[in-house]
Design a protein. Structure first.
Length: 193
């Protein structure tokens, strides 16, 4: 009886290596694409503002005063409970950016009124997600941040009457699209199913 050949051992080792690579690839995609959740939270918060503003007679300041910290807590919970965590430095940058976004938007809600209060929170979202895009190296998040910034400037300079509704539709739609692209990139197998 002949002992197993080296080629059979090599084939088994190669198969094990391929299995490990597949597992590491899946884990890497999950680690590199955590942006889908905050994008989804932003889209839900932004789209929910429309009916709330209609119910409150066009003044959604109270809504944002509740939803902004709630969104921060929900997003923080998501990141804290993930099995795959960001490296310490990147995680710290994401956390600090989220806290600064929360504080700046809260400050706008408390101390600013008028036209600037209509546009500055959108710019905060654009800048914050721009930083997230750099940290996560995420093209969909970068596109969302850039489209939010451009839309904010165009709508602010255009002086249109329905600026809040236009911004809600642009930012909400951009966040949904970016979140779906992030999810498709995180699990390419499901994107084609």
């Amino acid at each position: 009886m002949n002992p197993p050949s080296h080629s059979e051992c090599d084939a088994a080792q190669a198969q094990d290596l391929i299995t490990d690579i597949d597992q590491w690839s899946r884990q890497g995609r999950r680690l590199s694409s955590p942006a889908w959740f905050p994008l989804l939270v932003v889209s839900v918060a932004v789209f929910a503002a429309l009916p709330v503003a209609l119910l409150l007679g066009g003044n959604a300041t109270g809504y944002w005063a509740v939803v902004t910290p709630l969104s921060a807590v929900v997003t923080g919970w998501y990141f804290a409970t993930r099995r795959v965590q960001l490296p310490m430095m990147r995680g710290t940058i994401v956390f600090a950016t989220g806290v600064v976004m929360l504080l700046v938007v809260a400050g706008f809600l408390l101390w600013f009124a008028g036209d600037s209060a209509d546009f500055l929170p959108w710019l905060v979202i654009a800048c914050g997600f721009g930083i997230f895009a750099l940290v996560w190296r995420s093209a969909p998040t970068a596109f969302f941040a850039a489209s939010t910034a451009v839309a904010t400037v165009v709508v602010a300079l255009g002086g249109w009457g329905n600026a809040g509704m236009i911004m809600t539709l642009v930012v909400g739609t951009g966040a949904v699209v970016a979140a779906m692209v992030e999810l498709a990139q995180a699990d390419p197998g499901r994107a084609h199913a």
